[in-house]
Design a protein around this ligand. Structure first.
Ligand code: ADP
Ligand code: MG
Length: 455
């Protein structure tokens, strides 16, 4: 087994690592670090939670320490571009640990924080600049920063960067960086666009891949529970109560839905917070810190807000709504079982979400075990409103239409799944009886053939 010392990292970094939980390189670290230290461009492909931050961070910092002089005014030595503010903060936290006791200067430039303060911290230059694209462009245009001497470019979570439409911003930023540079790109999934980005921005890259793209963390027990939208909140409550004292991350499709669900769970006595794009940066930071400090049991989030953030204590991920981009499923469940721990991930699938489920199973190249309910019949699927169609409605109502038209929705009694009536609006009076009962037995086979997609 390789050690960090054997990888040839600088003694300063090795000393800083002693005080962290990073005692031995993970596979992506062991494979990527030597190439990066040699100055090669690199494309790193590894599932979430495998330690990609240190895989690029350690060798990059090693090379910067080697230079041993502060950058000139407004100059940046290394630029790390990330899609979200949370991810940027997390990288900064990691880098500060890795460089404890050194003079390396790290600056953060993200939206939702004071432009002037950021400009101030750029005046004397930065060894490492961690930035989200939009705000960085503002600073470039205002002349607060120069990338003329930038020798390193890292694109982290590149696939997500594309999802969020940053390709145009990336092009604008890259124009300012010399072509003689080292470029590193990391991604958990490898859609076709990513190959194009790699071809455009990387020169003769080494490709390092530790697990096939789209393969979720090994130790996550996955399953799907077929349930109408209207019953999802109560089903979630049942699952949460089954694992007291274990933290859960719950994904919702919309900001509005996330807020509603968090409110309901709060009324039901859970310590819950919600993060999404409508929250100020301060609110997001505070809620995330509370969750990490285990003052909250449940964090409700949208994909954008939660992508890439590292919360090692999360044991359970619930997809209250199925992700509409299958790659996001991999990212979501990558939030649990980080760094080798065990975790579970349960997806709630309403009739209108069958096609999302099928897309996920296609990506995973396997069916998710059914742990409650049964796959929705084709007629139910066809009658269900597509996600988005039921917008202005209360989250509790989404499943009604599909439910009404259900002839034989699922062998509910046999499956021990929640009763046939929708629970009504979450937060309203809770009907007696008909309590959803999460099923164990994650390995249960499918009970009905998968109907064709209705949309
Ligand atoms: P990724 O970017 O691949 O999703 P991160 O870099 O965020 O993964 O790391 C995931 C978690 O694993 C973090 O909590 C990090 O501190 C931890 N970690 C990373 N490298 C190691 C290591 N070599 N040994 C132990 N824990 C590690
Ligand atoms: Mg990462």
């Amino acid at each position: 087994m390789t050690t960090f010392a054997e990888l040839g990292l600088s003694p300063n970094i090795l000393k800083a690592l002693e005080k962290t939980k990073l005692q031995q390189p993970t596979p992506i670290q062991a494979q990527a670090i030597p190439h990066i230290m040699q100055g090669r461009d690199l494309m790193g492909l590894a599932q979430t939670g495998t330690g990609k931050t240190a895989a690029f961070g350690l060798p990059l910092l090693h090379r910067i320490l080697d230079l041993g002089h502060p950058p000139g005014p407004k100059n940046v030595r290394a630029l790390i571009l990330v899609p979200t503010r949370e991810l940027a903060t997390q990288i900064i936290d990691n880098f500060r640990q890795f460089t404890a006791g050194t003079a390396v200067k790290i600056v953060l430039v993200v939206g939702g924080a004071s432009v002037n303060k950021q400009a101030q911290s750029l005046v004397k230059g930065a060894d490492v600049l961690v930035a989200t694209p939009g705000r960085l462009i503002d600073h470039i245009e205002q002349g607060n920063v120069s990338l003329e001497k930038c020798g390193y470019l890292v694109l982290d979570e590149a696939d997500h960067m594309l999802d969020m439409g940053f390709i145009h911003s990336l092009r604008r930023i890259a124009k300012h960086i010399p072509l003689r540079r080292q470029t590193l790109m990391f991604s958990a999934t490898m859609p076709k666009d990513i190959t194009e980005i790699a071809d455009t921005y990387l020169r003769d890259p080494v490709k390092v891949q530790v697990a096939p793209p789209g393969k979720p963390a090994e130790k996550v027990t996955q399953g799907v529970h077929f349930i109408p939208n209207g019953d999802k909140a109560r089903l979630l409550e049942e699952y949460l109560k089954k694992h007291p004292g274990e933290q859960a991350l719950v994904f919702c499709r919309t900001k509005h839905g996330a807020d509603k669900l968090a409110k309901v769970l709060d009324q039901w006595g859970f310590k819950v917070g919600a993060i999404h794009g409508n929250r100020s940066q301060n609110q997001r930071d505070r809620i995330l810190a509370e969750f990490k400090g285990e003052a909250l049991d449940v964090l409700v989030a949208t994909d954008v807000a939660a992508r890439g953030i590292d919360i090692p204590t999360v044991r359970h991920v619930y997809n209250h709504d199925m992700p509409n981009v299958p790659e996001n499923y991999v990212h979501r469940i990558g939030r649990t079982a980080r760094a080798g721990a065990e975790g579970s991930s349960i997806s709630f699938c309403a009739p209108a979400e069958m096609s999302e489920l099928q897309a996920i199973e296609k990506l995973l190249k396997k069916a998710l075990p059914v742990i409650g309910g049964a796959p929705w019949a084709a007629d139910v699927v066809a009658a269900a409103p597509r996600p988005g169609q039921n917008r202005g409605q209360k989250p509790g109502n989404g499943g009604r239409q599909g439910q009404k038209l259900t002839k034989n929705p699922r062998p509910a009694a046999a499956a021990g799944a929640p009763g046939g009536k929708p629970a009504g609006k979450p937060g309203g009076a809770r009907p007696q009886g008909q309590k959803p009962r999460p099923q164990g037995g994650a390995q249960a086979p499918r009970r009905a053939p998968r109907p064709k997609s209705g949309g």
